[in-house]
Design a protein around this ligand. Structure first.
Ligand code: DLL
Length: 434
């Protein structure tokens, strides 16, 4: 398997640590000089850039949160003058102001290098034809992957999101070998292909690069079966760069983080204390080479674990495990901590139902009610009634065994839950509105 940048991706760890320290010193000095917010925050704790002498000193610095970033809408945290910006994107916030991120020409070069690494990790080569079904727009998915794929020499089909029928036509007629999408949309494409009686053995599709939203191992198996691809996970976020921050190699044992460009820490989300590698916590990123929009200790709210063990692929970079949830995704239902991913795992493992669901939480009187709507795999299952009862009771038992919670299960008609061509919203917590 090819490694895009052997020198950096396989760098001996001691040398990588030296490089990180050198780049971190430079970043800390730059943000202190160029971005008033960081200067004020560092001054408040009496920290001067020259105090940063070793990598561990990073943990003395304050965090920056998504709310902080929003407060500087649109350009308040940029570290370069406007004339040096060549691209703007914005994070996908459903509420409030988005976070606007800028890129210099140098940043674009770094981003392209890192998405080229990421697609190579997943097995894409110059011989592939890659269909990008991410939106092209302020969202970083479409454009981010586009340049990296071109850099490795793949033929890019910039299909953008939506228009499912046309997506299927392009995969077939243009002979796409690689599909780039959210896992939710990939699954939907698989379903539609089946509905239309597409003969998948005549497709050339072999790889699927999926990211931008949480998904489970079970979902991976389901997508692989339906689309007949090898599916890999990749992770990124606009505030840190976009896609290309990390991605799985063919070993599929965690996503390699581009550590020559980012330092990642895991923290206890309650106390902010840095956790030892291997412990699950919130990911915190510090950029090491970004020019327009550097971030120092950005709290992602994403929960994962770091695995520093060497990988069989030969890369030396630390791997992050699949995101198990977000700190703001965690539901507390009758005192029990519930991550939607736990519910997804139960549902996908249950026979007779399709991997489409929504979770609603209500407060009725003093009690929380968990309601899970899930689609039946086929409308034949709507009859007879006692079978339906049995199916929902079986799911209810499994949910209880996993979460120790009684959930109300609603089995709904195939195709009746809303599909998303981008990020899916599956959790609706109605308690927050009251
Ligand atoms: O989603 C960047 C991206 C585009 C990544 C395409 C991968 C592929 P944002 O819109 O800013 O950026 O959303 C970032 O999405 O904090 C995570 O909560 C979530 N996320 C991204 N990748 C994954 C993943 C892009 N592989 C937010 N697994 C992040 C789980 C993911 N969650």
């Amino acid at each position: 398997m090819t490694i895009w940048n052997q020198e950096y991706e396989c760098m001996p760890r001691p040398r990588l640590a030296e490089l990180q320290l050198e780049r971190l010193k430079h970043t800390v000095r730059r943000v202190y000089e160029k971005v008033p917010h960081y200067r004020e925050a560092f001054d408040k704790i009496g920290f001067k850039p020259q105090h940063l002498q070793k990598l561990d000193d990073l943990s003395r610095l304050p965090f920056i949160t998504k709310d902080d970033l929003r407060n500087f809408y649109p350009f308040g945290l940029f570290a370069v003058p406007q004339r040096e910006i060549v691209r703007l994107h914005a994070s996908s916030g459903t509420t409030g102001r988005p976070v606007v991120v800028g890129y210099t020409r140098g940043d674009m070069e770094t981003w392209t290098e890192l998405t080229a690494r990421m697609v190579t990790l997943a097995g894409v080569t110059g011989d592939d034809t890659a269909q990008i079904a991410f939106n092209y727009g302020l969202f970083t998915g479409g454009f981010g992957l586009h340049y990296g794929l071109e850099r490795v020499g793949a033929a890019v089909i910039p299909a953008s999101g939506g228009n499912t029928e046309r997506q299927l036509m392009l995969i077939r007629d243009f002979g796409a070998t690689t599909l780039i999408a959210t896992p939710g949309y990939a699954l939907y494409l698989g379903e539609e292909a089946e509905k239309q009686g597409v003969d998948l053995s005549r497709w050339k599709l072999r790889l699927g690069l999926f990211g931008s939203e949480p998904w489970s191992e079970e979902m991976r198996a389901e997508i692989e079966k339906r689309l007949r691809v090898t599916a890999t996970d990749n992770y990124g976020l606009s505030e840190v760069m976009g896609p290309g921050v990390s991605g799985e190699c063919h070993c599929r044992a965690g996503m390699h983080i581009a550590e020559d460009h980012f330092i990642v820490e895991t923290i206890d989300p309650e106390t902010g204390a840095v956790l030892p590698p291997g412990e699950e916590g919130e990911l915190v990123f510090t950029s090491l080479t970004k020019e327009a929009f550097p971030v120092v200790r950005f709290r992602t709210k994403d929960i994962s674990r770091l695995d520093p063990a060497p990988c069989a692929c030969g890369r030396t970079t630390v791997r992050m495990r699949r995101i198990s949830g977000r700190t703001d995704d965690m539901l507390i239902i009758r005192g029990v901590n519930v991550f939607p991913s736990q519910i997804e795992s139960v549902l996908i493992n249950s026979a007779g139902i399709a991997p489409h669901y929504r979770i609603d939480v209500y407060r009725r009187g003093a009690l929380d009610d968990l309601e899970i709507s899930v689609e039946l795999a086929s409308s034949d299952l709507l009859e007879p009634y006692f079978q339906l009862e049995e199916l929902s009771a079986a799911i209810q038992r499994k949910i209880y065994a996993t979460l120790a919670l009684n959930a109300k299960i609603r089995l709904v008609q195939p195709g009746s839950l809303e599909r998303s061509t981008g990020k899916s919203q599956r959790v609706f917590d109605h308690r927050r509105q009251s």
